[in-house]
Every structure is written in C-alpha cells, then in structure tokens.
Design a protein around this ligand. Structure first.
Ligand SMILES: O=C(O)CCC(=O)C(=O)O
Ligand SMILES: [Fe+2]
Length: 261
C-alpha cells in the first residue's frame, strides 16, 4: 500500500486545483511502462491525424463506460496514482495513452462530463509544455481583432496575453517532465482548456513550475536530451524525443451488463 502524499505541497501557480509531482515514478518504473506500451498489440494503437493513442479500460460512451478490465501493469500504476493522491472516489478505470513526436501535440480541449472531474497525467520519455487557457466564455474583453478568433484559440497561448479574463482566470502553462505526474481538477478541469502545441519548440515563460522543473539556464532540462534554450526574450524547450503520456481518469457511470442487440 502506497502512502498518501500531502498534495498541498505540490500545488503550482495560483490555481489551487493544479498539482505537479516531479519524479512521481523512478527510471526503472518508467522503462517498464514504456516497454509495456510498446509491447502492446499493434492493434491497440489508433492513429489520429497528429498522434497515436491506445485506449484502455473500455469504451467511454455518452451514457457511461462499457468497461474492460485494465491489464495488471496499468492497474499497478493507477493504484499508485489513486492511493498517493487520495483524490479519486474509487479505482481509476480508464487510461488513455498518447504518443507524441516532437512536432506533435493535442488541441486545446476539455475532458468532458463523462469523467469524475479529476485527471492525472503521467509523462514518460520526453518533456513538453501543457498550456491552460480559460474557457472562451470567461473572456471579458470584446474581440477587437475583427477576425475569426477560432484560429488563435486553437493554436494555443501565443497571443492570449492581451486578453482580459473574468474572475481571476489567466492563461498559464505547466512543464511536464518525464516521470512527473500532473493532476488537475475542479476549476482547472471545468474552467480551462488544456493543450500541447504541435511544435518542436515549446515556450515556458508562463510555466507555473518553471523553477522546480527546468532550473537555471543554460542546462539540459532532461536527461533524455530535451534542451532549454532562449529564443529572443522567450524561454523555450527544444523537444527532441518521443513523449508518452498516460491520462488516468475515473468514469463513475459504468455499465455492468452488455447491451442487448
Ligand atoms: O498528453 C497529455 O499530456 C494530455 C492528454 C490529454 O489531455 C487527454 O488525453 O485528454
Ligand atoms: Fe485532456
């Protein structure tokens, strides 16, 4: 039985519902997990336009989860997440595994109502920056650009600094180092979109965990070769390796009987 961590010590930034645990797992555990991911049947991979993913735990349906038992290696790591965080009401029953090459990311999105509003993301292999942007409904300043805002919303944080937001919401970023665990819930879950830019250079000027994650410059940000660089007055990491993430969630509504056809 793992002991529970006091997550108050891991809150980063001003949004109290974001926690970052560096080195949540060790090198050996990371290697084992990567082996399991890459030794899964090829048919487990689903290719999307800009990344590949594996879905474990069953199909998330509008009305709940059609469950499939997690394999032992995922049970082990999700139990550690659940026990150490103490934030999940019952056992984590769904894991999405995403694979990103250095120029790949995930569009800003919300994780949706099927999940209990807590998500834990374990990062393996290589670093990336996750950008959080308040939901567009929280923008207080009218659009003065005259153009369609959709592109800039979807492309991430680069031009969001000029926007005004309601109720003290602001864009921020989190550096996701290999072996770290990011947990976000409540306000960060429901009032923000999160995404990763599909570019091999990621800015971390707005990172709430910069000091702990990246350290003084110049130095390598990870043993895996991702490098912290400055580009003009911007602080960046140069992504060089493949990143694997395990998105661990709990779907509360579970169908215990198969649908009859
Ligand atoms: O890969 C990540 O860190 C994010 C994945 C994510 O947001 C998701 O699966 O919903
Ligand atoms: Fe997500």
């Amino acid at each position: 039985m793992e002991s529970k961590r006091n997550l108050d010590n891991f809150v980063v930034g001003t949004v109290s519902s974001v926690m970052y645990v560096p080195d949540f797992i060790n090198d050996g555990e990371e290697t084992q997990l990567l082996d399991k991911v890459y030794n899964s049947p090829v048919s487990k991979w689903k290719s999307l336009k800009n990344r590949r993913l594996q879905n474990w735990g069953g199909i998330v349906h509008e009305k709940g989860l059609l469950p499939q038992e997690l394999p032992p290696w995922l049970k082990k790591v999700t139990e550690k997440v659940s026990e150490e965080s103490g934030l999940f009401l019952s056992a984590i029953n769904h894991v999405l595994i995403n694979e990103y090459h250095p120029d790949q990311g995930i569009m800003p999105h919300q994780d949706g109502p099927a999940y209990y509003p807590v998500v834990a993301i374990l990062s393996l292999g290589s670093a990336a920056i996750m950008d959080f942007v308040p939901h567009p409904s929280l923008r207080s300043s009218p659009d003065t650009s005259g153009g369609d805002r959709k592109d800039s919303e979807l492309n991430g944080a680069s031009d969001l600094g000029t926007d005004k937001w309601l109720n003290n919401h602001h864009p921020f970023s989190v550096v996701l180092m290999p072996r770290s665990l990011l947990i976000f819930k409540d306000d960060a879950y429901s009032s923000y979109l999160h995404g990763i830019r599909d570019s091999s250079i990621h800015q971390y000027d707005r990172a709430v965990n910069e000091a702990g994650a990246v350290g003084p410059q110049p130095r390598l940000v990870s043993e895996e070769g991702d490098e912290a660089v400055t580009s003009g007055d911007r602080k960046c990491i140069h992504r060089t390796g493949t990143r694997i993430s395990l998105t661990c969630r709990l779907v509360l509504k579970v169908h215990h009987k198969l649908f009859k056809f």
